[in-house]
Design a protein around this ligand. Structure first.
Ligand SMILES: C[S@@+](CC[C@H](N)C(=O)[O-])C[C@H]1O[C@@H](n2cnc3c(N)ncnc32)[C@H](O)[C@@H]1O
Length: 242
C-alpha cells in the first residue's frame, strides 16, 4: 500500500483536527471572488468535505473527489454530501474534458507520488477538465520556508491522544518525511503514520503549471491573501487559468 492510502484514513481527523470547517470558511471568504459565475467547482482531494460544505453553503455548485473511502464517508455522514462526491485518483480524473469552471486543491493535497511525472499528471488532468478560461486555486506548503525552520520533533495532546511527530528533509531538499506516533491514552493502543511529500518550490511549480497550459496569474503567501515572499511565506497559493 502507498503511504497516502494509510495516512488519510481513521487517524487523519485526529492528526489534523485543526483543519476544520471554520478554517475553510475563512479561506473561502478571502478567495471567493474567484468562484463568481464559474461553477461547477471541483474540490480535488476533498478529504472530509470541509471545502465542499463551505462552498455549497454559499449556494455554489461544488463536487468533491478523493481517494479515501473513509474521508468520503465522513463527508457524507457529517455534512450529508450525497450525490456530489466521487472516489478516484487525482492522476486519472473521471470527468470529461472542460467540465469545470474552477478546480481547487487545498492544504497540501499534492506531491504525494514518488515519480515527478505522476505529480505533473495531476496538473495535466486539472487543465484537461477545466473549461477554457477556467481557474485553478492551488494551496501548497512553502518548501523554502519549511527547510529553514523545520520543527524536527514536536509533541502535543489532542483529546485522548498523545501525538509525537518527527520531521526530516531528504534528498537535497526534495522530500519531507514525517512520522507521527499516536498513543490512545484510553485504550493504550499506538499507531504510526508516515507521510512522504515531494517538496516543490514556487519556481518549480510555476514551470509545471506553464508546461501543462495553466497560466499563472497570482501567487499568495498565506490564507489572508498577502503576496508571496520567498523564505517567509507559510504557503504557496497559486491562482492559474487555462
Ligand atoms: C492533506 S488532505 C487535505 C484534504 C482537503 N483538501 C482539506 O483541505 O481538508 C489530502 C487529501 O488528499 C487525498 N488523496 C491522497 N492521495 C490521493 C489520490 N491519489 N487521489 C485523490 N485524492 C488523494 C487524501 O485522501 C486526503 O483527503
Amino acid at each position: 500500500m502507498e503511504w497516502y492510502e494509510v495516512a488519510f484514513d481513521r487517524m487523519y481527523p485526529i492528526l489534523y483536527s485543526h483543519r476544520d470547517l471554520e478554517e475553510a470558511a475563512v479561506v473561502i471568504d478571502e478567495f471567493e471572488d474567484l468562484f463568481l459565475d464559474q461553477s461547477p467547482i471541483l474540490d480535488l482531494a476533498s478529504g472530509n468535505g470541509r471545502y465542499v460544505e463551505t462552498l455549497r453553503r454559499r449556494g455554489l455548485e461544488c463536487f468533491g473527489l478523493d481517494l479515501s473511502h473513509y474521508l468520503l464517508r465522513r463527508s457524507v455522514d457529517v455534512f450529508g454530501h450525497n450525490g456530489c462526491l466521487v472516489q478516484g485518483d487525482m492522476r486519472r480524473l473521471p470527468f470529461v474534458d472542460s467540465s469545470f469552471g474552477v478546480v481547487i486543491n487545498m492544504f497540501t493535497s499534492f506531491g504525494y507520488f514518488s515519480i515527478d511525472t505522476d505529480n505533473l499528471l495531476v496538473f495535466k488532468e486539472v487543465q484537461r477538465i477545466l473549461r477554457p478560461d477556467g481557474v485553478f486555486l492551488f494551496d501548497f506548503i512553502n518548501a523554502k520556508k519549511l527547510s529553514i525552520d523545520l520543527l524536527e520533533e514536536t509533541h502535543r495532546v489532542s483529546g485522548d491522544f498523545e501525538i509525537r511527530e518527527r520531521r526530516r528533509i531528504e534528498t537535497r531538499g526534495k522530500y519531507l518525511l514525517k512520522n507521527a506516533v499516536i498513543d490512545n491514552s484510553q485504550t493504550g493502543h499506538t499507531e504510526t503514520i508516515e507521510e512522504r511529500l515531494r517538496l516543490y518550490t514556487r519556481e518549480e511549480l510555476g514551470i509545471m503549471f506553464e508546461s501543462v497550459g495553466l497560466r499563472v496569474e497570482e501567487t499568495f503567501g498565506d490564507y489572508e491573501r498577502n503576496p508571496f515572499v520567498d523564505s517567509v511565506s507559510e504557503r504557496v497559493i497559486v491562482v492559474s487559468r487555462k
